[in-house]
Design a protein around this ligand. Sequence first.
Ligand SMILES: Cc1cc2nc3c(=O)[nH]c(=O)nc-3n(C[C@H](O)[C@H](O)[C@H](O)COP(=O)(O)OP(=O)(O)OC[C@H]3O[C@@H](n4cnc5c(N)ncnc54)[C@H](O)[C@@H]3O)c2cc1C
Length: 414
Amino acid sequence: MPEHTLDAEVVIVGAGIGGAALGATLARAGTSVLILEKTTEHRDRVRGEWLAPWGVAETKRLGIYDLLRAGGGHHPTRHVEYDELLDPETARANAFDLGAMLPDIPGPLCLGHPTMCNLLDEAATHAGATLLRGVENVQVTSGTPPRVEFRHDGAEHALKPRLVVGADGRSSVVRKQVGIIEHQDPTHHFMAGLLVDGIEGWPEDVQTVGTEGDVNFLVFPQGSGRARLYLCFSRDQASRVAGPEGPANFLKAFRLRSVPESEAIAAGRPAGPCAAFPNRDTWTDVPVVPGVVLIADAAGHNDPLIGQGLSIALRDVRLVRDLLLAEQDWRPETFTPYVEERAERMRRLRYSSRLLSILECEFGPEAAQRRARAVARMVEDPVFASAKMAAFVGPEVPPAEGFTETARERLLAP
Ligand SMILES: Cc1cc2nc3c(=O)[nH]c(=O)nc-3n(C[C@H](O)[C@H](O)[C@H](O)COP(=O)(O)OP(=O)(O)OC[C@H]3O[C@@H](n4cnc5c(N)ncnc54)[C@H](O)[C@@H]3O)c2cc1C
């Protein structure tokens, strides 16, 4: 490929959710964009496929909602929290209406991660962005301008765009190359995922989460008898779903006394890999250096327990896009509104995931009693429900006092 077609104002490393969405929305606004992606196709790597209602609101603001919906996005409408201490009828009677959480948002959106990436990649190239796949050895150097070197189709390239965006996911090489430090929480539990087909016996309008025995389980239907399942378990069971028997062991854990239709799930057919991850949150203090901005997981990711990564990525995309389009000068200070908003957003989500890890992913009779007390307190006082509600309506919506040490101590008190 001749060098001149690679000239672009913005080079984005990573054509996943964050990189492709930013590429599409910048290209639509007339910015020249080059996206560098190391894989030649998007595969199921057990990633997020449940976009929270506040993330759906971000898709509307970015102009990509219709694309995701037409590409198969499915809206569950009821959220049921089953629990070993609760009879199923009571659990169902307490269901939330997912379409009533935010104005004009019909609920969360469930769609395969590779499908979402493909739809956004196509939108980016359709809008005029150049996407190179199978790119190797990306090397980014911070500066004004920054420098990007990479290998593609046997040729070496060196470019000097105005800005490089690191959107290369949780193991970001761009983050390491430009010296941005990532902080990490200790691992509290493990979270595994599996896509299943053939679960027509499960109501496709119902998503569920709950705790029973030694697992926390999550079911997100995608329509047509398919669902993305997650299972959380304690650290001492790290290899619970590993090896050739992993998918069968994963599904066996879905035979749940507290969930009436769970047999339909347990009888599902694996439709992708089964993989487990440490739950921990990671974060960066300032995901910006001269000439380089990190977005989405590359800038630090939230514990997948509360399903926020896709929404975080899309909020990052909107904030960074708006700053790039509004400002002529792309110095690090230009991104201060993004850096400040993200820091508080991630702090609140980290608070939520740490608290919900204790409540939902610690097991045994005492933990179950603590969970029951906490649920009763959340019903009595909306401040206590802030950590949970943040994951649906967005972390900026609940009151600030819901994200304090005092609220946490009172919620967990005996
Ligand atoms: C088990 C699990 C469950 C989850 N569940 C949810 C959920 O229900 N809801 C939710 O919102 N989030 C969830 N998430 C989080 C969500 O998947 C991520 O936060 C989201 O995908 C982040 O988007 P991204 O663009 O940063 O990364 P990705 O979508 O992973 O994209 C990164 C891209 O960069 C490419 N890349 C990587 N390195 C390079 C390189 N050196 N050069 C070029 N390209 C590169 C990759 O190939 C990939 O295409 C979950 C995560 C896990 C692990």
